[in-house]
Design a protein around this ligand. Structure first.
Ligand code: GSH
Length: 203
């Protein structure tokens, strides 16, 4: 199998961090997003949505969507467990993945896609006012997460899980979107310093 990868872009990064946490190494095919390789016919045959990452299985099946790819590897390599061990933990991790993707990743990505000059040709139409409007949405969720992280060590509970990967890669992506974590969000800073110090974060 092969992972169609996209450099420092956040979605491929969360899959690479997940694989590194699991100790899994698979062949990678770089897709140059700046050169719009994702819009070429060969790549569109793998993912008509023209987005990375995509995992292509040995039988040719393409699996897109970062969390779907991570779940595939969790099923193949259950340890270390990152998606939950019992019904309650599985549900809590899923709850936080969805909360983070919908209320945090999505607005940060919208800020980037609608305000960054590098995205002008890809995000058509680019609507700067929509980018601006999403800044406060991203920060509102971050404030909620700061409050939650005052009650426990990790995003979904008392141990590191895939929910931390999703939230930490998004927090790091804020820099690219020219957003800052406010200095007074002490719990976010404490947690992010810890997650970003994990060797897998550099994957
Ligand atoms: N929901 C998808 C999102 C994938 C996505 O948006 N990938 C970005 C890179 S982070 C991409 O391929 N962008 C190419 C483009 O916008 O043309 C996932 O979870 O993997």
């Amino acid at each position: 199998m092969q992972l169609y990868d996209g450099g420092r872009a956040p979605n491929p990064r969360r899959v690479r961090m997940f694989l590194a946490e699991k100790g899994i190494d698979i062949p990678k095919v770089p897709v140059d997003l700046a050169k719009m390789e994702q819009a070429g016919d060969a790549f569109k045959a793998l993912n008509p949505l023209q987005r990375v990452p995509v995992l292509v299985l040995d039988d040719g099946t393409p699996i897109a969507e970062s969390m779907a790819i991570c779940r595939y590897f969790e099923a193949l390599h259950p340890e270390p467990n990152l998606f939950g061990r019992d019904p309650k933990e599985i549900a809590l991790i899923e709850m936080w993945i969805r909360r983070v993707e919908l209320n945090f990743y999505s607005p940060v990505s919208t800020v980037f896609r609608h305000l960054h000059p590098a995205m002008a040709e890809r995000e058509v139409p680019q609507i700067p006012a929509w980018g601006e409007a999403n800044k406060s949405k991203a920060l509102a969720f971050l404030a909620l997460l700061d409050f939650e992280l005052g009650k426990r060590k990790f995003v979904a509970g008392d141990r590191f899980t895939v929910a931390d990967i999703v939230a930490a890669i998004t927090t790091d992506f804020m820099r690219v979107a020219k957003l800052e974590v406010p200095a007074d969000m002490k719990n976010i800073h404490r947690w992010f310093n810890e997650i970003s110090a994990r060797p897998a974060f550099a994957a």
